[in-house]
Design a protein around this ligand. Structure first.
Ligand code: ADE
Length: 215
C-alpha cells in the first residue's frame, strides 16, 4: 500500500511514520509513505500556497493551482480503480474502522492536507474522490488526520503488524468496543489486584471470563 501526502509540513508526516509500526511496515515493504511539499509546486518566488478569500472575511484560503500541479505531476488523479485521492476536511465523511477496512484493499491513497482557514472549494469539487474528516472538531490542518488514517489503514495491511493474530483477535468494525481488559505483571500494584481468574491457569475459564467481559 502506497500513501502519498501533499502538505506544507512534510517533516511532520515523515517523522511520525519513521517510528514504530509504520517504520517496520515500510522496512518490510508492506507500505510506503511519500510526503511531498506543496510549496515545491508553486511558481512564484515566495512559494505562495494561499490567498485571501473572494467575498472577504478573515484568514487565508489554499489555492487550487499548487494542489492541481502536485497531483498532475505525480500522476495522482481521482476516479482510478484501487486508488483514492482524499481531501482532509472537517466537513468530510467521518473516518472510522469501517473506512479503514474498506481502504486496506487499495493500492494507493493520496491525502491532501489543508491548512489556514480552508481550501478553495474547487479542489473538493474537481480534484478528489472524497472529503474525509477524522472527527467533529476543527484542527489547524489535515496532517494529524492523514497520520491517523495512515496508521489505522496500515495496521490492516498484511505484513505491517508482526503478529497476524493481533488483528484477528481484536476489533472489527462491528465490535470495536468489545475488547476484554488486559493486565500484565505485577499481580498487585498499590493494592490494585489483577482478577484472580487470570492467575488460575484454567484456560477454558479464562476464555469464558474474557468473553463475558467483552460483551
Ligand atoms: N482539518 C481540520 N480539521 C479536520 C478534521 N477534523 N478532520 C480532517 N481534516 C481536518
Amino acid at each position: 500500500m502506497k500513501f502519498n501526502v501533499t502538505t506544507i509540513f512534510p517533516d511532520l508526516i515523515t517523522s511520525y511514520c519513521n517510528e514504530s509500526i509504520l517504520r517496520r511496515g515500510q522496512e518490510a515493504g508492506a507500505i510506503s509513505v511519500n510526503a511531498i511539499n506543496l510549496r515545491d509546486y508553486t511558481e512564484d518566488k515566495h512559494n505562495t500556497v494561499d490567498d485571501t478569500p473572494y467575498g472577504g472575511g478573515p484568514g487565508m484560503v489554499m489555492k487550487v493551482e499548487p494542489i492541481q500541479k502536485a497531483l498532475s505531476e505525480n500522476k495522482w488523479k481521482k476516479g482510478e480503480k484501487k486508488k483514492r485521492v482524499v481531501l482532509l476536511s472537517p466537513r468530510g465523511r467521518q473516518f472510522d474502522q469501517r473506512v479503514a477496512e474498506e481502504w486496506s484493499d487499495l493500492e494507493e491513497i493520496t491525502f491532501i492536507c489543508g491548512r489556514y482557514e480552508g481550501v478553495d472549494q474547487r479542489v473538493a469539487d474537481h480534484l478528489v474522490d472524497e472529503e474525509v474528516s477524522i472527527g467533529p472538531y476543527v484542527l489547524a490542518g489535515g496532517e494529524l488526520g492523514a497520520l491517523v488514517m495512515i496508521e489505522a489503514v496500515s495496521r490492516l495491511v498484511p505484513g505491517v503488524l508482526g503478529n497476524a493474530e493481533s488483528i484477528v483477535e481484536e476489533t472489527h468494525a462491528e465490535n470495536i468496543k468489545s475488547e476484554y481488559p488486559q493486565y500484565t505483571k505485577p499481580a498487585d500494584v498499590n493494592g490494585w489486584a489483577v482478577p484472580e481468574i487470570l492467575l488460575s491457569g484454567d484456560h477454558a475459564k479464562i476464555a469464558e471470563w474474557r468473553k463475558e467481559q467483552s460483551v
